[in-house]
Design a protein around this ligand. Structure first.
Ligand SMILES: NC(=O)C[C@H](N)C(=O)O
Length: 327
């Protein structure tokens, strides 16, 4: 049997950076990862390329579309058996989830994404180990059909729920409420969770991309919401309080957005748990839901923003977004 062919697409981030003598970390003209692959232990035939060399706070929608196109070409046309993407960790979860929703793949070929918290020449650098993790996951037959997977620190997480939880700790990537969906062990991968549904909404062109993300706080007023209603945007995601409640002082802003036909998606600013329409008081979840605000189950704000982006840019627009946010 031939060895599996994997493509590694580098996009930048700390995993491709180096530290200087003053302790400052920055991108290097030559990606240090490119020359280190022989140190890894795997049975695959590897190809690699630098698509970008960007810190992940520089990554935006146009980069997501380029990564998506490259992955689709690699899998659908060049018939790679798996794709590994290296990426900065700050926005890794967003790139992962965009790809998870929007990739058009003809087969269930694994796509994994990884990064590092310590640059290539730092003591305890985690980049090579994480790359090895991502390769092992991409090579596993068990990874097929699970959507885009984040492999780091010997854990596997679904793109949908994983989030960066610590600024610098190597164990930063976690899946709140559920935990990882699998582990990477010395003898291979071990999965113990499946999503109930793997969603895919292929996107070709993005025309509606002005989707704003706002965090609620005690005493929040209507200022920002009214500004958005007045100037116009394609959608608003609000990180609400607790199980999905808002201060009554911002309800005029909600009404203004609804009068302007701007869809509003509600997530919780709480780290764990899901939003629920529990409370029946002004600004309480029950009343917000009755007013037509879309509640999500378990997505954080930045992920809900991506889901709204992808759903609003389908060829056939959905008459009701709500059904898709319940998945
Ligand atoms: N650890 C990292 O990769 C953080 C870096 N600022 C980035 O996202 O590019």
């Amino acid at each position: 049997m031939r060895n599996k062919r994997l493509l590694i697409i580098h996009t930048g981030g700390t995993i491709s950076m180096s530290e200087d003598e003053n302790g400052k970390v920055s991108p290097t003209p030559h990606n240090p990862l490119l020359h280190n692959l022989e140190r890894l232990n795997h049975p695959a035939q590897l190809s690699q390329e630098n698509l970008f060399n960007l810190p992940s706070p520089h990554i935006n929608l146009s980069h997501w579309l380029k990564i998506k196109a490259r992955v689709e070409q690699a899998i659908n046309l060049e018939k790679f058996d798996g794709v590994v993407i290296t990426h900065g960790t700050d926005t890794l979860e967003e790139t992962a989830y965009f790809l998870d929703l929007a990739l058009t793949l003809h087969v269930n070929t694994p796509v994994t994404i990884t990064g590092a918290l310590r640059s290539s020449n730092e003591l305890g650098s985690d980049g090579l180990l994480n790359l090895q993790n991502a390769i092992v996951v991409a090579l596993s037959e068990q990874s097929r059909g699970r959507g885009v997977l984040v492999a780091m620190n010997d854990e596997i997480h679904h793109a949908k729920f994983v989030t960066k939880t610590h600024t610098t700790n190597v164990a930063t990537f976690q899946t709140p409420t559920l935990g990882p969906c699998g582990l990477i062990t010395k003898s291979g991968v071990l999965y113990f969770q499946h999503l109930t549904e793997y969603e895919r909404y292929p996107v070709e062109h993005i025309t509606k991309s002005n989707i704003q993300l706002i965090k609620a706080y005690a005493g929040m007023d209507s200022f920002l919401l009214e500004q958005l209603a007045q100037y116009g945007c394609d959608g608003v995601v609000i990180e609400a309080l607790g199980a999905g409640n808002l201060p009554p002082s911002c309800l005029a802003g909600i009404e203004a957005l609804q009068c302007a036909n701007i869809p509003i998606v509600l997530v919780s600013r709480a780290f764990n748990g899901i939003t629920q329409n529990l409370y029946d008081y002004p600004g309480g979840g029950k009343q917000l839901k009755q007013q037509g605000i879309i509640f999500t189950s378990g997505l954080n704000g930045q992920k809900a923003r991506i889901k709204l982006l992808v759903l609003l840019n389908q060829k056939q627009p959905f008459s009701t977004l709500l059904d898709y946010f319940n998945r």
